[in-house]
Design a protein around this ligand. Structure first.
Ligand SMILES: *Cc1c(COP(=O)(O)O)cnc(C)c1O
Length: 403
């Protein structure tokens, strides 16, 4: 086989389909959120970032930076090992306690990422619980799909956010067999939110465990900010709450929160936890400071929701097609991979606005979009510029407007 030819042919295919990924070369500016330097064509440009998952700007918050600097000076760079072999730092212990309490669970467990948390937890449960049936929402994130795929468990896919379809599928399986329902709270591409209480009702009727990925809700929903389970008052009804420290918390890492015995089980049997080095202590310190800050500052969440609602209202008024998202995510529909890429390029090159195009396979073909994530730090002047730029780009490229 000509390996080089194989690789380059497959890449050429991606380019033809307009979905070859080009990374924006950025240098984030602490203290100047949401602006960044963009290195492009041999020059450096100042751009406003409108697609970051640092949803609340906590990645540059002075409290977080200070906590990380202090821990870095005190403990050094790396953890020095896996959690079992010398790598458990006191910051990990404090952070796990914080996460457990925040989610009203007995215990929590850290992973190197939210991806690894999903993959390891789901595959470990699926591989060890005899005859487990896993019921997975049709739009679940790749990390859950991979975890479920690796598990030896039987897999069932229920219609997105459809508790009745879930009920129908659960009813078809022997009531005596163990079951787990896996879903997300906020879905990051459409910005819709799961009917948490309804899913819990159905799961409880069938004695199924529930597993909720709160990655796009952590820090942002509920009075103390732990997620939609808190907002909807169902924390006690979700068996396993999973989240990330890399999005609204602003650092990196993932976690699950659950009962003592379940967490101890994953800690003791999960390969992606056991065989990987622990997070750097400074990372744990930063996440801890970020969570403690966010718990006490609900006004950031209120401002965040106001910014998203305002942007949706303004774009809709201009005929720019926005999905009716019920969250902080503002999906602007283009519906064509090449046009979507072109719109993103024009925004960057002509307007110094950075919004990455979202194409297949992240979203279905024909549903290509610009996924805009306003934060509490995007002010009115920035929003004025974004709206005017989108109007101009929509016009110059002849992109379909809302009906
Ligand atoms: C980003 C994401 C993850 C992975 O989290 P990381 O901490 O970035 O690895 C998991 N689930 C969903 C829904 C995500 O969007």
């Amino acid at each position: 086989m000509d390996y080089e030819k194989f690789f380059s042919n497959r890449i050429a295919e991606l380019r033809r389909e307009g979905r070859y990924r080009i990374f924006a070369d950025l240098e984030r500016q602490a203290g100047a959120f949401p602006t960044a330097k963009n290195y492009r064509d041999g020059a450096v440009h100042d751009v406003t970032v409108w697609c970051s998952n640092d949803y609340l700007g906590m990645g540059q918050h002075p409290t977080v930076i200070e906590a990380m600097s202090e821990a870095l000076q005190r403990c050094g760079a790396g953890a020095g090992g896996t959690r079992n072999i010398s790598g458990t730092n006191h910051y990990h212990v404090l952070l796990e306690e914080e996460l457990a309490g925040w989610n009203r669970k007995e215990a929590a467990l850290l992973f190197t990422s939210g991806y690894v948390a999903n993959q390891t937890t789901l595959s470990t449960l699926g591989n060890h619980i005899p005859d487990l049936h896993i019921f997975s929402d049709a739009l679940n994130h790749n990390s859950m799909i991979e975890g479920i795929r690796q598990a030896k468990a039987q897999r069932h896919i229920f219609k997105h956010n459809d508790a009745a379809d879930l009920d129908r599928l659960l009813s078809a399986v022997d009531p005596a067999l163990p079951k787990l329902v896996a879903f997300e709270s906020v879905y990051s591409m459409d910005g819709d939110i799961a009917p948490m209480a309804e899913i819990c009702d159905v799961a409880e009727r069938h004695n199924a465990m529930t597993y909720c990925d709160e990655v796009h809700a952590v820090g942002m929903y509920g009075l103390a900010g732990s997620g939609v389970a808190e907002r909807d008052g169902v924390q006690d009804r979700i068996t396993i709450i999973q989240g990330t420290l890399a999005k609204a918390i602003g650092v990196v890492g993932g976690y699950i929160a659950a009962s003592h015995s379940l967490v101890d089980f994953v800690r003791s049997f999960g390969p992606g936890f056991i065989f990987s080095s622990a997070l750097p202590p400074a990372v744990a310190a930063g996440a801890l400071a970020s969570i403690r800050f966010l718990k006490d500052h609900n006004e950031i969440r209120e401002r965040h929701q106001e910014r998203a609602a305002t942007l949706k209202r303004r774009l809709t008024a201009e005929g720019i097609p926005v999905l009716p998202s019920v969250s902080h995510i503002v999906p602007v529909m283009v519906g064509d991979a090449t046009l979507c890429k072109q719109a993103s390029d024009d925004l960057l090159r002509r307007h110094d606005i950075y919004v990455q195009p979202i194409n297949y396979p992240t979203v279905p073909k024909g549903a290509e979009r610009l996924r805009i994530t306003p934060t509490p730090l995007h002010d009115d002047a920035m929003m004025d510029r974004l709206v005017a730029s989108l109007i101009e780009v929509w016009k110059s490229l002849g992109i379909r407007k809302a009906a």
